[in-house]
Design a protein around this ligand. Structure first.
Ligand SMILES: C[S@@+](CC[C@H](N)C(=O)[O-])C[C@H]1O[C@@H](n2cnc3c(N)ncnc32)[C@H](O)[C@@H]1O
Length: 282
């Protein structure tokens, strides 16, 4: 792919690291999911410039790799379960280079909305076009800054607030302030009929604390994703979500990893307080 198009913003580069982890996982014989599209995104990004390359290298950190692999599987299961129960709308907030639209086995008439910053969706679309990939559902991209009003553009793009929806916010909330995260889950609740689902990931508070202790001046090296983290979610995540109309079940990465037959290895344990949320609109 050519080096055309605007550079990805720093927060958008984090999506490249995530795709690199999914590409590596997809090559394992005992993989927890298969993402045959991730390597194409990483290859296209790495051919662009130094920053994209360094974002890809970040994906080799064991604690991040374990986190991404476990959360991907968790959210694959959640969203497919929601669809099996009749949900025909999926909204991926901060979709980055998520390839679920292309790689999952969706029911007929499924509409999937991807929301992210314009530069990120532009890059993704260039790769999709160049590679000639076709989604396995109706895929609609909605370029937005999730700190602003995103509900209106989503509805204008065809989202139906009167029908059940499954929301995914994977690897996203860490990059938003607590206030923006609050608004996001509250607004998702307003747009959700009872029974709608939401899958969230809450990054490791220990990892963020360790990073801040090691970098008191806040300076980061290229592609250092933890430098961009702004929060890891309230300690009492269930109560927080309940106050916004969601009944949530909160899982710890250690428990989920073990349940998938992939117990966390020693070098991933510095971030083993990361959490996964399966919530339902009450
Ligand atoms: C770590 S990546 C995760 C991407 C994707 N959810 C996945 O798991 O593959 C974080 C994503 O959130 C997006 N993001 C962060 N802040 C955002 C904002 N204010 N508005 C829209 N997207 C945002 C970034 O552009 C990036 O694609």
């Amino acid at each position: 792919m050519s080096d055309s198009g605007a550079a990805l913003p720093a927060v958008g580069l984090t999506a490249v690291g995530v795709a690199a982890i999914r590409a590596a996982e997809s090559e394992r014989s005992e993989r927890l999911f298969s993402d045959p599209f991730a390597a194409g995104f990483v290859g296209a990004a790495s051919s662009r410039n130094r920053l994209e390359k360094s974002a890809e290298r970040r994906g080799r950190r064991p604690s991040l790799a374990a986190w991404v692999v476990v959360r991907t599987r968790f959210l694959d299961d959640l969203v497919l379960d929601a669809c099996a129960r009749g949900c025909l709308q999926v909204v991926i907030l901060g979709a980055g280079l998520d390839a679920r639209a292309f790689r999952l086995d969706w029911p007929d008439n499924l509409r999937l909305f991807e929301l992210d910053l314009p530069q990120v969706l532009d890059f993704k679309q260039q790769v999709v076009r160049t590679e000639g990939w076709h989604p396995a559902c109706e895929r609609i991209t909605v370029p937005v800054d999730l700190s602003d009003d995103w509900g209106r553009p989503l509805c204008e793009a065809g989202f139906d607030p009167g029908a059940p929806v499954a929301w995914l916010a994977e690897g996203l909330l860490a990059y938003l302030s607590p206030q923006v995260s609050d608004t996001l889950v509250a607004h998702a609740a307003e747009l959700s009929v009872a029974g709608s689902r939401m899958g969230l990931t809450l990054a490791s508070a220990r990892r963020m604390r360790t990073w801040r202790e090691a970098h008191p001046d806040g300076a980061s090296t290229d592609g250092d994703y933890v430098a961009l983290w702004r929060s890891t979610g309230p300690d009492q995540a269930g109560e927080w979500l309940s106050s916004h109309g969601w009944r949530a079940e909160v899982f710890h990465i250690t428990e989920r990893a073990a349940s998938y037959g992939r117990p966390l290895e020693q070098d991933a344990r510095g971030a083993d307080d990361a959490r996964l949320v399966d919530a339902q609109r009450c």
